[in-house]
Design a protein around this ligand. Structure first.
Ligand SMILES: Nc1ncnc2c1ncn2[C@@H]1O[C@H](COP(=O)(O)OP(=O)(O)O)[C@@H](O)[C@H]1O
Ligand SMILES: [Mg+2]
Length: 187
């Protein structure tokens, strides 16, 4: 079959080659059609399972949280806090996990805290700029929140007491003071 005449050459093509050419040229479109129809099918199947998918996503997210807390606790030697009904918030060897991780190993100075709502209710921290005041407050907040979440906490040593269910308030917001109860922790 003659295909094209050039100045000094003739081009020929066979029926078979023509078919092959068509096949190759149309392959892209065929792939796209196939792909989008498969994708449609997947979408339809999934659309019928949204409830199950949502449940799975929620469970997977929860597992992720628990597994991450467990891994962090295991890797960093966290200890199990005691959360009870007393009015005591007390810990020994407290550290700030993030600040500590940015410092050379062993250079973070652990701190203790012991307060309660009867005879040791208010503590005032003073010290020079960059003395570690804010870090101490934040580490206390993180400890209490983690303990209340049911997580292990970043203390040196074991079996520390981490107080009852405290609720947190920002001491810089004085309007909250009127509403405080024996288990409100102001930082
Ligand atoms: N317990 C600690 N041990 C070692 N370094 C600390 C400790 N607490 C704080 N630091 C370091 O000192 C810096 C300043 O602490 P920060 O609490 O912000 O000071 P302040 O609030 O007293 O000005 C932190 O960024 C950290 O690098
Ligand atoms: Mg500060």
């Amino acid at each position: 079959m003659r295909k094209q005449t050039l100045t000094n050459a003739e081009r020929y093509i066979t029926e078979e080659l023509k078919d092959l050419e068509n096949k190759i040229l149309n392959a892209d479109q065929k792939i796209l059609r196939l792909e989008s129809s498969l994708f449609d099918e997947v979408r339809k199947t999934l659309a019928g399972q949204t409830q199950a998918l949502k449940t799975f996503a929620r469970v997977a997210a929860q597992l992720d949280v628990y597994a991450s807390l467990a891994q962090t606790a295991a890797q960093n030697g966290y200890v199990r806090p005691t959360v009870d009904d007393s009015d005591v918030l007390s810990y020994k060897g407290g550290r700030h996990p993030i600040v500590e991780s940015t410092l050379p190993p062993g250079s973070f100075v652990p701190n203790d805290l012991s307060v309660n709502s009867t005879d040791n209710q208010i503590m005032l921290i003073t010290g020079p700029n960059m003395g570690g005041k804010s870090v101490f407050l934040k580490q206390t907040a993180i400890l209490v929140i983690l303990a209340q979440m049911g997580s292990f906490v970043h203390l040196y040593g074991g079996n520390e007491r981490n107080g009852p269910y405290f609720s947190f308030h920002d001491a810089k917001k004085p309007y909250l003071a009127g509403r405080s109860g024996p288990r409100h922790l102001y930082l």
